[in-house]
Design a protein around this ligand. Sequence first.
Ligand SMILES: Nc1ncnc2c1ncn2[C@@H]1O[C@H](COP(=O)(O)OP(=O)(O)OP(=O)(O)O)[C@@H](O)[C@H]1O
Ligand SMILES: [Mg+2]
Length: 341
Amino acid sequence: MSFSHQGLKEKEQASRIQEVSSLKQDKFKVTVSLDKERLMSKSPLYEKYNIQKYDLHPNFNFAHLDELIPKNTPEYIDHGLNYVERIVRALFYFKQCSLIGPSGTGKTHIVYLVAELTGLPIWEINCGLSTSSFDLIGRFIGLGKENWVDGLLTQWLRKGGIMYLDEANMMKQDVATRLNPVLDTRGHLVLNEKDSEVIERHKYGYLIISMNPATAEFSGTKPLNAAMRRRMAVWINFDFLSVGETISQQEVKMLRERTKLDQDTAYKIIQAGAELRRQYKAGDLPYGPSLGDLINWGTLVSDGNTALVAAEETIIGLTSDNVEVQADVRRIIEAFFNKTQ
Ligand SMILES: Nc1ncnc2c1ncn2[C@@H]1O[C@H](COP(=O)(O)OP(=O)(O)OP(=O)(O)O)[C@@H](O)[C@H]1O
Ligand SMILES: [Mg+2]
């Protein structure tokens, strides 16, 4: 398990957030002021997402953690499923919720959007990578017992905001054991390492976990441990916008806006992507492209490359290192584009 924020320095955490934010193109930024007064009363976005009534930090300002609050998160297509509202509502009532869906369906994206809209800092841990509970909880640096440095979980408990646990079902058992008492709404952590200091969960400490569905198709996944499962009151499912024969016009439109492609090419890219996703969900391919991946493909097409050349650099290598799998992907794409297109 490892931290996406690469450890303990807040600067690094901020740069990770910048990195995530800068993935998105300027024109389609959701511009939100962090001035909460204005946000709550006047922002059209607050009304658009219907979250005015859920204040997640009444009379409490997170300005001192401003660099951990995402900015300029791009627009999110939600298919009328009101994800933002459902997540904010779950946090308001239950302090935590769980997002389930295949890789690339926008779970991380929406967590950043929720954090931005509600003015909460994000602490992010990817549980799929191998990191020790020292990194999570904290440790003494150097010789002796003088310089204790909090881990990311400990910092979140003390300072509040959203703890985002990505791939929560891949968490190692020793880490899960430490985490479970923290997950109670009035949870706390006992720092056995540090003279059994007790750290209460911050009043505005929220938790979102996300994971891929634990089914036979998603190899490597396992069910969430029961202790964690029963502490999650709300479960929200995510899926790709277009899969197989079902093509989302909104997804085509977003691709066109982000790449300036013509309608026909954009439609075919989404169609090819939808077929690759169908095969991924059926367990025939190891990966299905996200909207972000299809935007990368479209960007190279828009730059003057044929669709096949552009796919070679963006989609085909991304799906797998295995040449046979790459050949399958190439065949699927060739069904939508000929060599000169
Ligand atoms: N509904 C959507 N609206 C706008 N962009 C989307 C949507 N779904 C996915 N994307 C884009 O697709 C890319 C992948 O999304 P993201 O990283 O949030 O997926 P994820 O579900 O967190 O995947 P993983 O399970 O691998 O962590 C991002 O560039 C994201 O902006
Ligand atoms: Mg993610």
